[in-house]
Design a protein around this ligand. Structure first.
Ligand code: SF4
Length: 307
């Protein structure tokens, strides 16, 4: 038996630390390979939540806070600048106060219509609130406001998606329209390691049942005119929507991708369904199939007599 080598404690500790660092570097690099673009920003993973269940109230609260803050700021400016404005024209302060009050009243009516629509499911929308684009544009600022109160931007976005979905549903018109209902799925729904090229053709799935894709294909087949696509990222959404000209788009993704996707689609009703991320973002994600089915039912009819 040869001589037993004895490691010096300091060198051994250094080697262990180097191995740990190397392992961390490797796993960070491996994560980078599969993380979607919305999760690559610094600190994004620290705010990761496996699943979010947040109703529309949080976003409506943020919109209400913006409205009140805007009115308060206008009133303060009016109060401070009023004496100088009166020197220019004695009626000017009164005119500006009346204009500000009228604008606030109108925005308050828009807000009330939006809240009534969200909670009743009926359309009480006034022109500004009819635009999901307008609603979505305030999401980043609302996310920052939410963080001030101990919430997260993803929770605020989840809430915003509920508001946006309610507006889309309230505005949908009955009757047959041209184009399919397009369901966009993220590739992270596919089991890691599954070799089937779903981005090229979702029907290449062999339906082994090890990930949600097999069940989603069964759901798609219950309808006449639902097209399902697996996407590599949010940046390809506008191109796919342009080429298929759907009558509605239903996107399944994390809150960050949903926000980007809803902002990227013009002139087509969009409904978002947030996924769940039990293994972290962008990997082996899943979804509540009933939620997706409910969204499809809003725009498509099931085949008579089943498949
Ligand atoms: S159901 Fe099976 S074959 Fe289909 S995508 Fe998932 S893991 Fe792959």
């Amino acid at each position: 038996m040869g001589p037993v080598k004895r490691r010096r404690p300091l060198r051994a500790a250094f080697n262990v630390m180097a191995a740990v660092n190397e392992g961390e570097r490797k796993s960070a690099a491996e994560r980078e390979d599969y993380l979607g673009e919305q999760w690559r920003e610094a600190g994004a993973l620290a705010a990761f939540e496996p699943a979010i269940d947040q109703g529309p109230g949080m976003y409506l609260g943020a919109l209400g806070a913006f409205l009140l803050a805007g009115a308060g700021l206008y009133a303060l400016l009016w109060y401070l600048a009023g004496p100088r404005l009166a020197q220019l024209a004695s009626a000017l302060p009164v005119v500006l106060l009346a204009a500000g009050a009228a604008a606030f009243l109108y925005l308050a009516l828009e807000y009330a219509g939006l809240a009534a629509t969200v909670y009743s499911g009926r359309n009480f929308l006034l022109p500004l609130a009819r635009s999901t684009r307008f609603i979505v544009k305030l999401a980043p600022a609302a996310g920052r406001l939410g963080r001030l109160f101990g919430s997260t931007a993803d929770r605020m976005t989840h809430s915003m998606v509920q508001v946006s979905n309610a507006v889309t549903r309230a505005r949908r018109r009955r009757g047959r329209k041209a184009g399919p209902v397009l369901v966009l799925l993220p590739r992270c729904l596919q089991r890691p390691g599954c070799p089937q090229p779903l981005e090229e053709d979702i029907d290449s799935c062999r339906r082994c049942g090890e990930c949600p894709v097999a069940g989603l294909l069964d759901l798609r087949n219950e309808y006449d005119d639902v097209v399902m696509k697996v996407l590599t990222g949010g940046s390809v959404v506008p191109g796919v929507v342009r080429s298929l000209a759907p009558r509605a788009v239903i996107g399944v993704a994390c809150e960050r991708e949903l926000l980007a996707g809803i902002m990227a689609v013009d002139d087509t009703p969009v409904v978002g369904v947030a996924n769940q991320r039990p293994e972290g973002p962008c990997r082996a994600t899943t979804l509540t199939v009933e939620e997706l089915e409910e969204a499809i039912d809003d725009f498509a009819s099931k085949r008579r007599g089943g498949e």
